[in-house]
Each structure stands twice: as structure tokens, then as C-alpha cells.
Design a binder for this molecule. Structure first.
Ligand SMILES: [Zn+2]
Length: 385
């Protein structure tokens, strides 16, 4: 058997296949061909990953990758260097501009870009997000049905009015299209978080920004509210959605100490979250390590779990036959500090950084050139593709 690529010298963490130990990964025709020690066969290229952790390509289910949201970032440049091979844009485009998003970004990006369609027709384009005449479940559901390859559900966000038009509109669109909704919610006296979680959302629907300061996750005594457990029991999903304003250690640490972890680790990456809170996927994962989450669980909540949550279970694992989306992560030890959305710090002794990323078997990020020959051995080498 001849492989296209063999990754050796690594420690594989693949939660779905219950793998946590030394193993090599063989890739052929863009797919995982074999996983194990002492694989038989030769490879066109062998890369020693030098003790790094080999994981499924990471999946970030909350970020912004389209121009209707002015602070968007191009997905390839802000994900592939961090081992993220699948991302989900959360409502930057609404149902009016979704086809343009598909043509200009999704079809041209190197990584897999999926999306939630905004219940607001014009998407995250400022004042329109407060205009209830823009919140229309039917065309939103139509768009979801039209692009099943790219869409994972509906999204509602940022609505400051007293009513349920945005959140319930997103829920209704999801039910019409037989899919899920992601809700970014700000409670008002007229619409409570408890009502949203325990009455309106269905099992599988996602609340993002779990640890935001405007979310009543904890009561006055810093105890996790009873309705949070009730919502989790009914199957409501809780997503991190770090962002510029939605990830606070003073909420996350006591919640996690009481056992209320997020289902999924995600960044809400955009221009402002990218800078001082440093909400990249690797830094966000490192923040969870600093709060005491074991590495295996951090990987699970960044690979297998998000794939299940967005109902793309063909992703997020290294099973033979799966598309070869792979991250090689280095876990460094040192004196580190990590910052939250409120500009407070947590100290940590470990930091995850991505050294290599494969998308469908292609090396798309290789920080130290481990897949490249030394220049002196490379002969009359030419411009690579
Ligand atoms: Zn967001």
C-alpha cells in the first residue's frame, strides 16, 4: 500500500474513536487511510511531527466571515493557522444576501465554511438588526432549504427590543426547515432567559455566549441557576462564543467548578475579538486548560462535539475513510496569562499552538516547514502551487 502522506512521531487524540496515545496517521486521496503504530506500506511523503498532538481538524461553530458584518475576517487566514478546518459563520449574512456569501466566500475558501442564516434579511448590518419587519422566518427557512450543503441552521442576535420577534423568529425558521437555531440573547424584563431555555428552544438548539456578563447563568450567590440544569437535561446546547464581550472568567470559573461546561468551545472571531482578548481557537482552548478542563475534553469540545451539534457527524474525527482534516498541536509549558472579554487575566502553565494543518489531506499550514525538504537538498526547486 502506498500512502500520499504519513504523519509520524505524534500522540493522537481522537475522542470519537477513543484514541489517546502514540500513533501514526496515513493519508491517501485526501482521506484518512490508516491510524496506528507500525503501519505497513510506503508513503510519498513522511512528516515527523516531533511529539505534537495529532487531532481531528478543529471545528469552530461561531465566527464571522462575511462582509454584512463590518468586523468580519477572512476565514482561511484566521482559522487554518490555528488548526481549524471547519468554521460556521453565525448570521453575518441574512436571507437576502446569502447567495452572495456562498459565491464569494464559501465556494472560494480553502477551508470548509458553513453558516447559520440570520433571521434578519439584511444580516448583521447595523440598524436593520432592530427592525422587526426584517425578521421573517419564511424566507429564512427557504434559504436554509436552498443550501443544505452550506447551512446548518438559523441565527438570531443583538435584538434590543422588548419582544420575542428575533429569537422566536429564528426558532420558527429552524422548525420550518427541520434544523436548529443558534440564539445570541439579551434578556429583558419582558422576555426571560429561563423562558427561552425551558419553553421556547427545542433539544439541539444552541445558546451561544454562555459565559457572557449579560447572561444570568449564576444566581446572586454564584450558584448555577436551577433552570440551566433543566435546560441541559432537555437537550439545549450551550456554546462558548468568546467574542469581544461574551467570555468572562468571573462567570466561567465558578460555573465550571460546579460542573457547567460548554458543549462547544468557539471563538466568535471578528476584528475586535481577534486583538486584545485574543479569541483565536488555540488561545480559547488554552483558556479552558487554564480553568482546569483536561486536554482530552478540550479537544472533544473542539472536534467531535461541535460536529454532533451542527449535525455533521462525518466531521470531527480521524476514522478511516473520513476526509483528512487534521491539526498538529503543540502543548507548551511555561508561565502564561490569558485575557477575557472584560480584560481580566487568568494565569496558566500550558498553551496550545498549531504547528501544522491538513485540509482534505493537503498541507495548508506548516509553521516550521516540517513537510518541506531542506533548501540545500531540494535541487532546482520551483514555485510551489
Ligand atoms: Zn457572533
Amino acid at each position: 500500500m502506498d500512502y500520499d502522506l504519513l504523519l509520524t512521531g505524534g500522540h493522537v487524540i481522537d475522542p470519537k474513536n477513543d484514541l489517546d496515545g502514540r500513533a501514526d496517521i496515513a493519508v491517501q486521496d485526501g482521506k484518512i487511510a490508516a491510524v496506528g503504530l507500525d503501519l505497513q506500506g510506503t508513503a510519498k511523503k513522511t512528516v515527523d511531527v516531533g511529539g505534537g498532538y495529532i487531532t481531528p481538524g478543529l471545528i469552530d461553530i461561531h465566527l464571522h466571515a462575511y462582509g454584512r458584518f463590518s468586523a468580519w475576517l477572512h476565514p482561511d487566514h484566521h482559522n487554518l493557522p490555528y488548526g481549524v478546518t471547519t468554521c460556521v459563520d453565525t448570521g453575518s449574512a441574512g436571507w437576502q444576501h446569502f447567495p452572495d456569501f456562498v459565491e464569494t466566500i464559501m465556494k472560494t475558501a480553502q477551508m470548509r465554511v458553513l453558516a447559520f442564516v440570520n433571521i434578519v434579511g439584511a444580516g448583521m448590518a447595523g440598524a436593520c438588526e432592530q427592525d422587526i419587519s426584517e425578521m421573517n422566518p419564511e424566507p429564512c427557512a427557504d434559504m436554509i432549504r436552498q443550501y443544505p450543503e452550506y447551512v446548518v441552521g438559523s441565527k438570531s442576535a443583538h435584538y434590543g427590543g422588548p419582544g420575542w420577534e428575533a429569537a422566536q423568529g429564528g426558532i420558527d425558521a429552524a422548525r420550518m426547515a427541520d434544523t436548529i437555531t443558534m440564539v445570541d440573547f439579551a434578556p429583558q424584563p419582558t422576555r426571560s432567559y429561563e423562558d427561552l431555555l425551558t419553553e421556547r428552544m427545542a433539544p439541539g438548539d444552541i445558546h451561544t455566549h454562555l459565559y457572557a456578563s449579560h447572561i444570568p447563568l449564576l444566581d446572586e450567590d454564584k450558584k448555577v441557576n436551577e433552570y440551566m440544569w433543566k435546560a441541559r437535561e432537555r437537550g439545549v446546547i450551550f456554546d462558548t462564543g468568546h467574542g469581544a464581550g461574551s467570555f468572562w472568567f468571573r462567570i466561567a470559573v465558578p460555573a465550571m467548578q460546579q460542573g457547567f461546561q460548554p458543549d462547544t468551545i468557539s471563538t466568535d472571531l471578528h476584528r475586535s475579538s481577534r486583538l486584545r482578548p485574543n479569541a483565536t481557537m488555540n488561545a480559547t482552548m488554552s483558556k479552558f486548560l487554564a480553568m482546569g478542563m483536561p486536554l482530552q475534553e478540550v479537544i472533544y469540545r473542539s472536534t467531535q462535539r461541535p460536529a454532533e451539534v451542527i449535525r455533521r457527524t462525518e466531521l470531527g474525527h480521524l476514522s478511516v475513510g473520513a476526509e483528512a482534516d487534521v491539526a498538529v498541536l503543540e502543548l507548551s509549558q511555561g508561565d502564561y496569562g490569558f485575557v477575557d472579554s472584560g480584560r481580566a487575566r487568568i494565569d496558566g502553565a500550558q498553551k496550545l499552538e498549531c504547528r501544522m494543518t491538513l485540509k482534505a489531506g493537503e498541507v495548508v499550514w506548516d509553521e516550521y516547514g516540517k513537510s518541506c525538504p531542506l533548501w540545500a537538498d531540494a535541487g532546482e526547486y520551483k514555485q510551489a502551487k
